[in-house]
Write a protein of this length. Sequence first.
Length: 145
Amino acid sequence: MEFPIVDLLDDELSEQWLMKYFHPNGLKCPGCGRGIEAARIFRRTRRSNLTVYRCRHCHRIYNVYSGTLFQGKQLSPSQVILLLRGVCKGESSAVLAGELGLSRTTVHTLRQRIQRNAQKIQPEIPLGDQQTETDELFQNAGEKR
């Protein structure tokens, strides 16, 4: 998955990217399941700068984070994308927290949720190959004391 940082630092473009990947079949009302075309823009949040929609039929409000592990979090779309990018790259929680202006505990908790969700969707079927090649990674290479 590619994360074009320059394009994604804008919150509106980031929100569109999140909409595409968090809701590939389109954002739907969590109450009645109608699409976004059956809603109206209700407001934009101050802190996270998200568009909040209100369903015209059941009057529930929702946004791009609804139904995801970021539901109820006050993160901007660019923070979410950079957090996902950092987790995919294997950056530490402390580094991500410093870059995103979040607490290390918040980043650590979200990282665990992301990793748990990723583990749930892993296929249970073993690979078809009898042999698999792996690259070796040497960490802390050096002389032992």
